[in-house]
Design a protein around this ligand. Structure first.
Ligand code: PLP
Length: 400
């Protein structure tokens, strides 16, 4: 077998993540690797913490990127906050709520489920009833942006209910951070985790997390040691620093993914320059244009408008269309990746992501043209021109 350097064909990433990574972030990855305890690097870590505090809208001192992808952020939150025998209320309205349940069980705790159907938001009345029925529960866990369905749940209300019933709130913000408002302090969220490869448009492999003082207290006064050595924040804090003290003393825990952190720093700088409100608005605008265009092509959205995520569009597959071959055609002919349905949505929806840098006019218009072409190949009579015109009008109106 002949081996050679791998040069991937550039794609337009419009699936459930990863999203398009800008040249600016990619070039940050190629800067010289330095030591993870180098004073220069410690300075960068301090900046990353502050930029993450901005992204999460929090002043939580314990805010840092876990050196592994979003699922590791999820696991970090559960293994640190939950002890064997605890009762945890888990809201499940898609694949990631189920993953939370599995984490709770692996902590030796009991998961009490609040189930809502796929494609619907977490039911607040059912959550409140479950809180009333389980006075011993210690935490409520919920997914803000369910990437498996494209649904946004009201995590502000979920955190408020958790607090009313003396529970910690644990929120999955992997797909929401940077795409729609996430306000950790204002909403009183106790523990939150995200990912880098969704609306932050950084390379995959890191998971920003943040913990309130109440959550930190629980972590530092645990009865049982955290079962994961790598994810034990009592140890990780020694490297990332407990407080906001700049340039504080850091000790070796694990070798940080130095170059990945350059990339995250750059992606967060870009978000900081754009500002959160402008980023949220950009996701919304591109979603509007995509929606109008897809509807002009005769496609319809799976999720009702009031709970739709702008950054993850679940689109129903029309009668008679071979969904897998359409995705294959999009990838091979157009270099565009979109997502398939998961779980109860498998074979029924496409998941079209507009995350981070992928939420832009050129991606939306290219996708509409590509979709129209692929649907035509499969015998559907669609008007490509009309779809592009309708979407373009959304941008023109916004530009004034
Ligand atoms: C992608 C995703 C995860 C998992 O993140 P990985 O980086 O793939 O481990 C968790 N929760 C949600 C809502 C996600 O979209």
């Amino acid at each position: 077998m002949a081996f050679s350097t791998f040069y991937p064909q550039p794609r337009m990433l419009m699936g459930p993540g990863p999203s398009d990574v800008s040249a600016r972030v990619l070039s940050a990855l190629a800067r010289p690797t330095i030591g993870h305890l180098d004073p220069e690097f410690i300075g960068l870590m301090d900046q990353i913490k502050q930029l993450l505090q901005y992204a999460f809208q929090t002043s939580n001192a314990l805010t840092l990127p876990v050196s592994a992808p979003g699922s590791a952020g999820m696991e970090t939150v559960f293994v640190n906050l939950i002890e064997p025998g605890d009762q945890v209320i888990v809201c499940r309205n898609g694949a990631f709520g189920e993953r939370m349940r599995e984490n709770v069980i692996r902590c030796g705790a009991q998961a009490v489920m609040v189930d809502s159907p796929w494609g619907e938001a977490v039911c607040l009345d059912l959550l409140e009833q479950t809180l009333k029925d389980h006075p011993d529960a210690v935490a409520v866990a919920a997914v803000h942006a369910e990437t498996s369905t494209g649904v946004c749940s009201d995590v502000e209300a979920i955190a408020r209910l958790a607090r009313e019933y003396q529970c910690l709130s644990i929120i999955d913000a992997v797909t929401s951070l940077g795409g729609i408002p996430v306000k950790v302090d204002e909403w009183g969220i106790d523990a939150i985790y995200s990912g880098t490869q969704k609306c932050l448009s950084c390379v995959p492999g890191l998971s920003p997390v943040s913990f309130s003082d109440t959550a930190v207290q629980r972590i530092t006064s645990r009865e049982h040691p955290v079962q994961s050595w790598f994810l034990d924040l009592n140890l990780v804090i020694g490297y990332w620093g407990k407080d906001d003290q700049k340039g504080g003393k850091r000790s070796y825990h694990h070798t940080a993914p130095v170059n990945d952190l350059y990339a995250l720093h750059e992606a967060l700088l870009m978000l900081n320059e754009e500002t959160l409100p402008v980023a949220w608005q950009r996701h919304q605008l591109n979603h509007e244009a995509l929606r109008v265009g897809l509807e002009t092509l005769g496609l319809s959205f799976t999720v009702s408008a009031d709970i739709r995520l702008p950054q993850l569009n679940a689109v129903s597959i029309p009668e008679g269309i071979d969904e897998a071959s359409l995705r294959e055609q999009l990838l091979k002919k157009w270099q565009i990746e979109i997502g398939a349905g998961l779980g109860s949505f498998a074979g029924k929806v496409w998941r079209i992501g507009l995350m981070g840098q992928s939420a832009c006019q050129s991606n939306v218009l290219t996708l509409l043209a590509a979709m129209a072409s692929c649907l035509t190949t499969q015998g559907l009579n669609v008007d490509s021109q009309a779809a592009i015109k309708a979407a373009s009008q959304v941008y023109e109106v916004a530009a004034g």
